[in-house]
Design a protein around this ligand. Structure first.
Ligand SMILES: [Zn+2]
Length: 253
């Protein structure tokens, strides 16, 4: 581990405690046909949020989590993220988030408004939110972040496509929501230094990956996959093990 990461001063000033715990969800609905394991049932999500609250934790958007940590707060907060912007978010996830007094970040694809998950050819077609649906989520207090324009692997994109997927999607979402968009999420979780640089240059304040390996920092935040099989016991282990496995994120604000 580099000495700068171990420096007590650095750890104290960057955030309270270790790297933030950010959960990764996708679709919330019927998970009987789910080859990519991207769906949790509403009942399971309800029990997972109940478990969080009973442990004294509250799920919030990543922007809120990072802002709280920058103020030296946020110990009882975890990040909740929903990738791809499935239409089922409004009817299935949002009522449960409000019931448990949680918020979340929704990473959407402004190049596929009202489309479906065409990048996942097996399994059921899952409709994506329309512009109106994204505006409804934003009006309900959900943070809207970018998942790129069309769900492409940024590590394989040429310069023009990379710019469109990062800067272009941010501009499109800011116009759609009428609000600043500060969060990005790498499609497939695939990320390299060039993609990170493009995301930073596009003006995003943070970006979520999945398991970024040696890359670290506010533009490659690791996340914990949460699925239908994650009972209270498994959530407990994922929450605990995360703190042991992850080192603090340098320079996180
Ligand atoms: Zn995705």
């Amino acid at each position: 581990m580099p000495s700068s990461v171990e420096s007590p001063a650095r750890v104290r000033t960057s955030a309270p405690g270790p790297v933030p715990w950010i959960a990764m969800y996708h679709s919330v609905g019927d998970c009987s046909d789910d080859p990519y394991r991207v769906t949790v049932s509403p009942g399971r999500l309800d029990r997972q949020l109940c478990w969080l609250r009973r442990r004294g934790l509250r799920g919030v958007s990543v922007a809120e989590l990072l802002a709280a940590r920058a103020r030296g707060e946020g110990r009882g907060l975890v990040g909740l993220t929903f990738d791809d912007g499935y239409a089922d978010f409004l009817g299935n996830a949002l009522p449960l988030l409000s019931r448990w007094e949680c918020t979340a970040t929704l990473f959407v694809l402004p190049g596929r408004l009202g489309g479906d998950n065409v990048w996942d050819p097996l399994g059921p077609r899952k409709p994506l939110l329309t512009a109106d649906g994204i505006q409804q989520a934003a009006a309900a207090g959900v943070e809207i972040g970018s998942h790129g324009l069309t769900h492409v692997d940024l590590t394989r994109a040429d310069d023009t496509l990379l710019r469109a997927e990062t800067a272009g999607s941010r501009a499109a979402l800011e116009e759609l929501t009428g609000a600043p968009v500060t969060g990005f999420c790498y499609p497939y979780g695939t990320v390299d230094r060039r993609a990170v640089a493009a995301v930073r240059e596009a003006g995003y304040g943070y970006a979520c990956a999945i398991d970024p390996g040696r890359l670290s920092g506010p533009h490659v935040l690791p996340r914990v996959y949460i699925g239908e099989q994650d009972t209270a016991v498994r959530l407990f282990l994922k929450h605990r093990l995360h703190r042991l496995r992850r080192r603090p994120v340098e320079g996180l604000r």
